[in-house]
Every structure is written in C-alpha cells, then in structure tokens.
Design a protein around this ligand. Structure first.
Ligand code: F6P
Length: 342
C-alpha cells in the first residue's frame, strides 16, 4: 500500500504548514495517499488520524501553527506507547511516516527506526539548535519578529532614557538572541553558552552613558545564567522529554542592572509571540524544500534520514547524527556581535 503518514511534534513553529502542504502535494504527485496524524506522537498512540488531500492543504502556506496540531507526548514515556505506535502503524497501513519536529520528536523517530519502523525526519524549531542542518525553519520568522520588537523598544527606550531588557526564547542555545540582537542593534547580547558577568554588563551600560547614550537595549536568551549562580531560572515541572519551562532571567537581570547602575530599567518578555503568526518567505521556502525532500527520501527508502540544509543545498543526513547534542552558538559569530556592544 502506498500510504504515508505525516505528523508534527513538539512546540509549534511558523513553517510547519508549508512542510505539510509540500509533503501532501509531492506525495500525491508520486502516487501516495497521505494520512495526517493528529497532535504528534499522541495521535499515533491514540489512533487519531485525518486523510489529507489537495483540498486539506489549500491555502495553508502562509498560516502559522500546524493544521495537524502538536503535543510533547513521548511514546517512550507513555505506558504501552511504543507498542500502540507500532500497532497503529500496521492498522493504518502506513508504508512510511514523515516526522516533523525538533530534537525530541526526531529522537523518538530515531528510536522507532531502530525498532523497524519506516520513518524519515524533517527538522523544525525556532531555536535553531538542531545539529546537522545549517538552519531549521521557524528560526528566521522568530528572528524577524524579535528584530521588529527590538526596533519598537529602541524608540521608547530613547525617549525615556531607559535600559530595555528583552528576554527571548531559544532554550539552551542563544541563536535567536544573537541573530536578533545583531539585526536590532542591541548594545549587549547574553546567551546560555556564556554565563553572564553582571559587572561587565553594567560597565558596558555605564560607558554608553558616559559617551552620551542614555538608553540601551540588552537582549538576553531565556536559558542564560549568571556567572556566580549557575542556576537556570525555570519552573520545576518537567515535560515528557525532561525539559524545564524556562523564563525569568530577564526580570532578574533587569533588577540587578537597575540596582547596580541606577539607570531606570524595564523588562519585556517576548514569549510565544516569537512562535506565532505567518512564516517569513525564507521559512516558507525552506519548509517547502524540506517537505519535498522528505517524500523523496521515502521514495528512495532512506529511512532514518532527515532532510537538511547544508549551504544552499537540501541534502539528507542520518537523524541519529542530528539528535543527542545541541547545536550551540558559533563563537565566531558571537565575537563578531561583540564588536557592536556598548
Ligand atoms: O523549543 C521551542 C520553544 O519555543 C523554546 O524556545 C521555549 O523554551 C519552549 O519552546 C517553550 O515551550 P512551551 O510552548 O511548551 O511553553
């Protein structure tokens, strides 16, 4: 039976719908039927599926989110989850599955391949922290949203002579912070890869004031930590992949900056604004290319592989190589950004 399934797992991100559309269009062209699996691995455990045809994917290219829904369900943390996935694979007569997700979703895909299931991957995350691909879709949209917000904060910071601290997403990698910080002309960028030296930050801000610049923009990644207090600010509750919910570093940093410099400071936490809404043209194109490549991988029987961007080419790499460790910020890029601090 030429039928393939497609699912989206983990946090949603702009560009998922362009991938789903591309998968369906290419798959139908190649003579496959397509079943959409609802809510990531949860749908494969519970058997919640929806047939996808040309009409189902019409008009979804510019839409954010995912028409399939998503969840952070982990079959390996659900009682009988893996067996149910296998049973439903058979029940729905899936010749293959395309799993669209980040490290967690693809980590599960990798394990299922080892158990004999035919799965290929498509890398997704606004965090851009997945190895073996230059970029993931969703990242460019997030960076553009943050950059626009920084531009807006700049004008009000300047009017009031204030320090504006902007907390951005990215989990344990500072990609969003570095790219949006460079694009938005931030005066300091703080990332999880380098613990924060609060005295150094305050000294940069004070120097700006000495040179007549009475406002500053500080971009801080949600996963950043203070040098002398390596504790990550987060909630205690873990999701099924063992992740804490990050957040709070902006507030802590803003308070310290105000106390140590005496400059009036405000904090903005951008949160899920960064993940919502329409994907940029770059992410629509990347998602489309990944979707088409994923169907080609299925056709070629390259299970356990994932679509990837290397340079300007879409290639395939073993999922195994992409998961397990995080792709953290390139220090050459960060050091370049530092030229503009202060
Ligand atoms: O991985 C994407 C991401 O948006 C991270 O940047 C962030 O830490 C996390 O997901 C937030 O997750 P949730 O939507 O579950 O709050």
């Amino acid at each position: 039976m030429k039928r393939l399934g497609v699912l989206t797992g983990g946090g949603d991100c702009p560009g998922l719908n362009p991938v789903i559309r591309a998968v369906v269009r290419k798959a139908l062209y190649e003579g496959y039927e397509v079943l959409g699996i609802k809510y990531g691995w949860k749908g494969l455990i519970e058997g919640e599926v929806v047939p996808l045809d040309l009409r189902s994917v019409s008009g979804i290219l510019p839409k954010g989110g995912t028409i399939l829904g998503t969840s952070r369900t982990n079959p390996y943390k659900t009682e009988g989850g893996v067996q149910k996935v296998k049973d439903n694979f058979k029940k729905f007569e899936l010749g293959a599955l395309i799993a669209i997700g980040g490290e967690d979703t693809l980590g599960v895909a990798n394990k299922l391949v080892k158990e004999g299931l035919k799965v290929v991957g498509v890398p997704k995350t606004i965090d851009n922290d997945l190895n073996e691909t230059d970029f993931t879709f969703g990242f460019d949209t997030a960076v553009n949203i943050v950059t626009e917000c920084i531009d807006r904060l700049h004008t009000t910071a300047e009017s009031h002579n204030r320090i504006m601290v902007v907390e951005v997403m990215g989990r344990h990698a500072g990609w969003i912070a570095v790219h949006s910080g460079i694009a938005g002309g931030a005066d300091v960028i703080l990332i999880p890869e380098l613990p924060i030296d609060i005295d150094e930050v305050c000294s940069i801000l004070k120097k700006r004031h000495e040179h007549g610049k009475n406002f500053s923009i500080v971009v801080v990644a949600e996963g950043a930590v203070f040098k002398n207090d390596k504790e990550i600010l987060s909630t205690e509750k873990l999701d099924e992949f063992g992740h804490v919910r990050l957040g709070g570093i902006g507030q802590a940093l803003g308070g310290l900056i105000e106390k140590k410099t005496g400059f009036e400071t405000r904090v903005t936490v951008l949160g899920h604004i960064q993940r919502g809404g329409s994907p940029t043209a770059f992410d629509r194109v990347l998602g489309t290319r990944f979707g088409v490549k994923a169907v080609e991988l299925v056709k070629e029987g390259k299970f356990g592989e994932m679509a990837s961007l290397k340079g300007n080419k879409i290639v395939s790499v073993p999922i195994e190589k992409a998961v397990g460790t995080l792709k953290t910020v390139d220090m050459d890029l960060y050091n370049m950004a530092k030229v503009f601090f202060g």
